[in-house]
Design a protein around this ligand. Sequence first.
Ligand SMILES: Cc1ncc(COP(=O)(O)O)c(C=O)c1O
Length: 360
Amino acid sequence: MTSMQISTTANAAPVDDARLAEILANPGFGVHFTDHMFLVEWTPDAGWHDARIEPYGPLAMDPATAVLHYAQETFEGMKAYRHDDGSVWTFRPEENAARMVRSSQRLAFPELPVAEFVQAVDALVEIDQRWVPDPAGEKSLYLRPFMFASEVFLGVRPAQHVTFMVIASPAGAYFKGGVKPVTLWLTEDYTRAGRGGMGAAKTGGNYASSLVAQQEATAQGCDQVVFLDAQEGKYVEELGGMNLYFVHDDGRIVTPETGTILEGITRASIIELAGKLGHQVEERRFSIDEWRDGVTSGRITEVFACGTAAVVTPVGSLKWDGGEVPAPASTDLTMRVRQALVDVQYGRAEDAFGWMHRIV
Ligand SMILES: Cc1ncc(COP(=O)(O)O)c(C=O)c1O
């Protein structure tokens, strides 16, 4: 298959301009959806087929649909950005596509080729382009590609009918009123990924398992939860929805190695960007003691978290049962990296790495 034939059924009753303006003025996150959605189905005999864009709306689902029982599901999270000249772009979409292939392999799904993933996202963004907000205030159109076991069958096995979809939702700035450090709670009771588990896959189950730990963090007055490795309870993995970076006083920056973490596209981009800014980047195991001691001694000057939603955010204090280390002294590099990424995404800086993909 070179490229998919996509049939389109236009929404006969799209959201009117006045209502759309109201939504885009204050989109929030994940509450409003565009006029259309993309779907394509897979069966062993036909492969991927019946690619289509339809009016956005509920799916009729048999109660025995496999995903509802065994959670065979993968998803992605990415954004479309409007530039000042009105054009619309995504950021490294082929990386999201490649990650979905890796997630699909772990979840025993068929693979949706990278080109078709990108084609599907482009087609939806193009038809719903009026939903991409103006760039002021770091607004964007959040894109949610996802794949699920749509076979009606209660046997535990890889589904013989799979559906891939893309939906889109306008998103406001992650930080209202300026970037603010996130405070972290270190969970010692819960882990998100074990050896041989699904930690590197973007699949709903990982997020379901993080909820109780996030509840604990909230109860402790913290914004987000930090997970440690499952085997030794010693090495820093990541937050519930962001990767971590540790900046040292000699300019080195360290980020936990991959394997059990969700390998962020923001994380990968920062490795390249920080290298260009002259920083040595180390991907390695990083213990919780190294974190606590480094901040206390001042050898760690900044800690930041990164992901599509917030781009980059400074980390404030880290709390655990019985202790706390305060926020590191600085946020200089954090804010420089953040600005550099945001400027590329919104077309305000040269795209030196060729990361941006034009749709409209
Ligand atoms: C668990 C987890 N880690 C890290 C990330 C960051 O990944 P990305 O930079 O691709 O958004 C995400 C998603 O946003 C995530 O859900």
